[in-house]
Design a protein around this ligand. Structure first.
Ligand code: D41
Length: 682
């Protein structure tokens, strides 16, 4: 009989050691490089095998076993840790001039000290400034022995049990490891992980986090590390404290060494540059990449690369003079939610819009922000009168992220959804399982009529220049324009009498209207605003049918024979032309002498044109329908099945066989934020 408490057999020890190494390799691949090397089921099997060995032979269990990342017993409180070497802070800059001044000060000091020659540019290591929490990790003889928050820079809190659950942080360093190594870096959460966490929190009726930083902070400050173990935290190293070995001569070199020891370093996003122009160039390129990054950053960090030069420069107060954080304009701000208006879109979709006390965010003053839909308001528990976090990232529409619960006033009011359209009084419908409520009024609804007209005259449709939203609104409100055909009866004299119009601008508009009398057939079809018919489909339909009459006559079967027209699109087109008022609009247009022009055979290029997307799983903020609409209107196509021709599979929570198929065919898989990035670039 084997004694489980005695020395385990050689082969068991060897197998356990191999398993530990293999699992940690997969952890690194997944959490550091975002490139999973095996499937979840295989990973679980390895972990279970190791657990079984450890249970059977307790002597094979080591403190750095990946099975020990599940969290330890809850703490009563965090104990204090005094940092062996203080954790410094970073000087901030917002303006280019401050960056130029920083470089000049650095260069002057280094020239004076004889470290560089006059007119020799300073070499800098540039990094992203992750928006997370600063942490110090202490390794002794290669083992992670302590982890502490930054605190006031001198003393932090002992969060070792929590940090040990973070898969990207090695419990043991690769050899040869120094006797003592303190690593500093940032703990953070990816956007996709954050969205998934919030969906889970909502399902369990637990706290919704307003942003990834807040979620990371909340997770790290858990006294029960079993909870932290379930939070998808990540880590990147950017600095160091006490180190027993001598270090490489440059910042860049030290980071390379840390990476060799197995620590996660954000190498792909780093650069070494020369002089102030190099710094500003890095700032600009990162600014352009920012919205496509999988995590939040609030700026970039510049560090003099040479460690000798760093020593010469020294410190002021608590910040090194060799480093500078160059911040981006804040993407989030807090303000008061004054009220919630309902906006009715072209297809009747009803969007709750927050009316806000003006706030400066993402470089502009914002007074409105989307709340997406009723379910989102409930999920986030946003109430009128709340102080809310507003986010405006890049060119994306500003959104309300969530309430600041600690600032909730007693009079905060829960939002009540109405059952009738606020514009036309028609019933509002919300199909089971869909997030979006819709006004059923169709073109009877003034709001839908306005939005349809605005869509029809837009740049991608009939392209009638000068006919802006405000004028369309007035024309509809005065019942002068009831449908698209009425636009073609407008005269200079009557237009000149409208608000902020002169004879000259009225003439220009009438001229633009006249120029739109012979639109390309695809623009004409797109202008009709048929649901699910974006630019690309409109152009396929125009080419296939050759005339609007041909399209109107088409059976569902014929529609399905058009490349990339699936059942949803075919049904939508059929439904559109089965509505008498839609047929009347087309007839009236043709009566007005509008002559859609058949297309030449070369397809035109637009944003996502030529790209086919497949949507699968539950996306964090969009319904699949909303995602499809966004893709179609950017000129892309949406298909129901994955093939080699699929450009991207957009995968959400619980994605199933389509995701597996995409992986087996080598088709690119992106998440919702990836899609938004593509749309932003399109
Ligand atoms: O990504 C960051 N947030 C970041 C923070 C970074 N990339 N580098 C940093 N470098 C330093 C020095 C130069 C002082 C070692 C930092 C921070 N400090 C820092 N984070 C919080 C306080 C200071």
């Amino acid at each position: 009989m084997l004694d489980p408490h005695g020395t385990p057999p050689e082969d068991v020890l060897a197998r356990a050691s191999n398993l530990r190494a293999e699992i940690e390799q997969h952890n690194q691949a997944y959490y550091v490089h975002d490139q999973p090397t095996i499937g979840d089921a295989q990973y679980d099997a390895l972990l279970r095998e190791l657990q079984a060995l450890e249970q059977r032979f307790p002597a094979v269990l080591t403190s750095d076993s990946p099975t020990q990342r599940v969290g330890a017993a809850p703490l009563a409180a965090f104990s204090a840790v005094t940092h062996a070497v203080a954790m410094l802070s970073l000087a901030n800059a917002f303006e280019e001039e401050e960056v130029l001044a920083f470089d000049k000060r650095v260069a002057d000091t280094l020239v004076q000290a004889g470290v560089i020659k006059p007119s020799e540019p300073v070499t800098y290591a540039c990094e992203l400034k992750l928006d997370g929490l600063a942490i110090s990790l202490r390794y002794e003889a290669g083992h992670l022995v302590q982890a502490a928050t930054r605190g006031d820079g001198q003393t932090g809190e002992d969060v070792t049990a929590n940090i040990r659950t973070i898969r990207s942080i090695p419990l043991r360093l690769n050899s040869p490891a120094p006797a003592v190594l303190e690593v500093r870096g940032e703990v953070f959460m990816n956007h996709a992980d954050f969205e998934r966490l919030n969906v889970m929190q909502a399902q369990r009726q637990e706290k919704i986090f307003v942003n990834p930083r807040n979620a990371a902070a909340g997770s790290l400050r858990q006294l029960d590390s079993k909870i932290t173990a379930q939070r998808p935290l990540r880590f990147f190293a950017y600095g160091w404290g006490e180190v027993s070995d001598s270090l490489p001569a440059t910042h860049d070199g030290v980071l390379q060494w840390l990476a060799k020891l197995g620590l996660p370093v954000n190498r792909e996003q780093h650069a070494t540059v020369s002089g102030a122009l190099g710094l500003l160039d890095y700032y600009r390129t990162v600014g352009e990449r920012r919205s496509g990054l999988p995590y939040d950053i609030d700026g970039v960090v510049y560090k003099v690369n040479s460690r000798q030069a760093q020593r010469v420069l020294g410190f002021v107060a608590r910040a090194p003079r060799f480093a500078l954080a160059h911040k981006f304009p804040a993407q989030e701000a807090m303000t008061e939610l004054l009220g919630i208006d309902l906006q009715v879109g072209r297809t009747g979709a009803i969007t709750p819009v927050a009316r806000l006390a003006p706030v400066f965010v993402g470089g502009v003053t914002v007074t409105n922000a989307t709340l997406h839909n009723e379910d989102e308001i409930t999920r986030k528990d946003v109430r009128i009168g709340d102080t809310v976090v507003v986010r405006r990232a890049g060119d994306v529409i500003p959104e309300v992220v969530g309430p600041v619960l600690s600032a909730r006033p007693a009079h905060a009011q829960v939002f009540q959804m109405v059952s009738a359209c606020p514009v036309c009084g028609s019933t509002i419908e919300k199909p089971e399982g869909e997030a979006v409520a819709r006004c059923t009024g169709g073109l009877f609804c003034g709001a839908q009529r306005k939005q349809s007209l605005i869509h029809a005259v837009g740049r991608k449709a009939l392209d009638i220049e000068g006919l802006g939203d405000k004028l369309v609104e007035q024309l509809v409100d005065r019942a002068r324009v009831k449908s698209l055909a009425d636009l073609f009866t407008l005269t200079v004299t009557e237009l000149a009498a409208y608000d902020r119009m002169g004879v000259k601008s009225a003439q220009n508009i009438v001229q633009a209207i006249e120029a739109a009398r012979q639109p390309a057939l695809d623009r004409f079809i797109f202008a009709l605003g048929i649901r699910h018919v974006g630019q690309a489909t409109a152009s396929d339909l125009a080419r296939h049918f050759g005339s609007i009459e041909g399209l109107m006559r088409a059976s569902e079967e014929e529609l399905l024979s058009v490349a990339d027209v699936g059942p949803v699109v075919a049904q939508s087109i059929e439904h559109f032309f089965s509505e008498p008022h839609n047929r009347e609009v087309v007839a009236a247009l043709l009566d007005q002498g509008i002559e859609p022009q058949p297309l030449a055979t070369r397809p035109q290029q637009s944003g996502l044109s030529g790209l086919t997307f497949v949507l699968t799983g539950t996306l964090p903020t969009w319904t699949r329908e909303q995602a499809a609409e966004a893709i179609l209107s950017a000129g892309g196509k949406v298909s129901g099945s994955v093939s080699k021709k699929t450009a991207y599979v957009v995968a959400g929570e619980d994605a199933g066989s389509k995701l597996t198929k995409a992986q087996s065919l080598g088709v690119s898989v992106i998440d919702e934020s990836g899609l938004k990035a593509l749309l932003g670039d399109a």
